[in-house]
Every structure is written in structure tokens, then in C-alpha cells.
Design a protein around this ligand. Structure first.
Ligand SMILES: CC(C)(COP(=O)(O)OP(=O)(O)OC[C@H]1O[C@@H](n2cnc3c(N)ncnc32)[C@H](O)[C@@H]1OP(=O)(O)O)[C@@H](O)C(=O)NCCC(=O)NCCS
Length: 150
């Protein structure tokens, strides 16, 4: 397995396809290019020229690093690659006071093994709130006035 942080080597259509089949959702190639360019840390793994895994972290260099978009091509899943890329991004993020992520529902045990612990007060605003509720990422609002104020 060959590891690189060089995004010039990335075909963004191929990365978009990797996320689609992993599955981690539909992400447009041009959006991925921008998101990775704006991320302090990025990791890509290639096996014999095939993009096998990718992930990134948005970090400020001091306080917090947010790890996101970790995925492994289905053909390479279950071989320790997910663990390795998450470990690399965690280690690159060392020195930050907090390293955070939100797990795809069901993958919490995967991250627990790497030292991540559930956050008790995490809050988020999703652009598509209803879809995030359906995916089990956030709880519906308990604020009765919330809908009227939006
Ligand atoms: C989740 C994902 C990254 C794991 O990658 P992987 O290469 O298959 O995982 P690994 O082989 O490195 O597994 C590492 C460990 O985590 C465990 N594990 C892997 N996937 C898991 C899951 N979904 N839930 C719980 N544990 C999991 C493995 O059993 C293994 O345990 P071990 O160290 O005790 O043997 C991969 O399945 C994937 O890309 N899934 C779709 C996208 C996704 O959900 N990404 C996470 C975004 S938050």
C-alpha cells in the first residue's frame, strides 16, 4: 500500500465514486477538490494505482482538528486499512486540544478502538436537517418554537 498526502495525484471523479460505493454518500468531484484543498491534513492510499482509501482533517493547528470523509473502497475493506487511515489522521492531529469527528451510525465501535469517546454535548446544524435526522445523525429539535423561528 502506498500512502500520500499529495492531492495533485487525485482524480476527483474517482474519489467521488469511492465515496459513493464505500458508501459515504454522494459528493461532487468539484466539492471534494475544494474540501480537500481547504483541509490541513489529507491521506490517500493507493494499491497498484487504485485509490483504496481516503480521509482528511480540517484543523486550526492549535485547538481543534475535525477528522472527516474517511472511507475505504469496498474491495479493500476489512483488511485494517480504515484503522490505518484513521490512525494516521489522528496522529497528524496530535497536539490539538481536541480531535473530533462524527461517526457514521454503526461505526462508533470502530472509532472507540482508536481512542475516540462519545461527546456528551455535541451539537450540529446540518443544511439538510430532515435528512440528517433520518440518517440518525442528529435528534429532532425539542424546542417547540424552533420551526416558527426558522
Ligand atoms: C468504516 C470503514 C472506514 C472501516 O474500514 P475497514 O478498512 O473496513 O476497517 P478495518 O479493517 O481497518 O477495521 C479496523 C477495526 O474496526 C472494526 N470495524 C470495521 N468496520 C466497523 C464498523 N462499521 N463498525 C464497527 N467496527 C468496525 C474491525 O472489525 C476491526 O476491528 P479489530 O481491530 O478488532 O480487528 C469502512 O468500512 C468504510 O469505508 N465504510 C463506509 C464509509 C464509512 O462509514 N466511513 C466512516 C465515516 S465516519
Amino acid at each position: 500500500m502506498e500512502w500520500t498526502s499529495d492531492q495533485d495525484r487525485i482524480d476527483w471523479d474517482v474519489l467521488s465514486e469511492l465515496y459513493r460505493i464505500a458508501p459515504l454518500g454522494d459528493k461532487k468531484p468539484e466539492d471534494l477538490k475544494r474540501a480537500f484543498a481547504n483541509s490541513m491534513y489529507k491521506c490517500f492510499a493507493f494499491e497498484e494505482g487504485t485509490l483504496a482509501s481516503a480521509g482528511r482533517a480540517v484543523a486550526d493547528g492549535v485547538d481543534c482538528s475535525y477528522i472527516c470523509d474517511i472511507a475505504v473502497h469496498p474491495r479493500f475493506q476489512g483488511r485494517g486499512l480504515g484503522k490505518e487511515i484513521a490512525t494516521r489522521l489522528r496522529d497528524l492531529s496530535r497536539g490539538h486540544r481536541k480531535i473530533i469527528l462524527y461517526a457514521n451510525p454503526g461505526t462508533e465501535p470502530f472509532y472507540e478502538k482508536l481512542g475516540f469517546r462519545p461527546m456528551l454535548t455535541a451539537m450540529a446544524i446540518f443544511s439538510n436537517e430532515d435528512a440528517a435526522i433520518k440518517r440518525g445523525l442528529i435528534a429532532p429539535s425539542t424546542d417547540r418554537g424552533d420551526r416558527q423561528r426558522h
